[in-house]
Design a protein. Structure first.
Length: 146
């Protein structure tokens, strides 16, 4: 599963600050959906893993196994993964770059003084207040000057 992705388009969408800020509620909702689905997947995976361990131990000790990991349960996990990927696809479709989906670190390609930059936003911030250049790391955020 791929949580981080880069833009694959040779011509990325270039955002204005107002366009990027207008997308934040939708992006926040998509991230919340991703996190919820990821938690559901993790919980279900843990339960199925424990069942598989117990079945293996029962079989080793000669007891009749109480069941096996059924094909439909494996398909259920695959469905969770598919739903998780849909959230990433929807974000990608907006034209933003996800730097860390679990932490909600999102970049928006933009231009300042004709130079390519990335407006950067972290989930929980009310609006975009920082940018970084393509050579900067995610932690080298520079404040936008009004």
């Amino acid at each position: 599963m791929r949580y981080l992705f880069a833009m694959n388009s040779p011509r990325p969408r270039i955002f204005t600050l107002s366009e990027a800020n207008a997308l934040l509620p939708q992006i926040d909702q998509l991230i919340a959906g991703f996190l919820s689905q990821k938690e559901n997947y993790s919980r279900r995976h843990d339960v199925l893993f424990m069942e598989e361990i117990l079945n293996h131990k029962e079989a080793q000790s000669g007891l009749p196994a109480s069941g096996e990991l059924a094909e439909n349960e494996a398909q259920e996990l695959e469905a969770f993964l598919s739903e998780i990927e849909k959230f990433a696809d929807q974000l990608r479709g907006l034209g933003c770059v996800v730097r860390n989906l679990e932490q909600g670190w999102i970049d928006f390609p933009a231009k300042i003084a004709g130079e390519l930059v990335y407006f950067c936003w972290r989930r929980g911030e009310e609006s975009i207040q920082f940018y970084h250049t393509p050579g900067d790391s995610m932690n080298e955020r520079r404040p936008l000057v009004a």
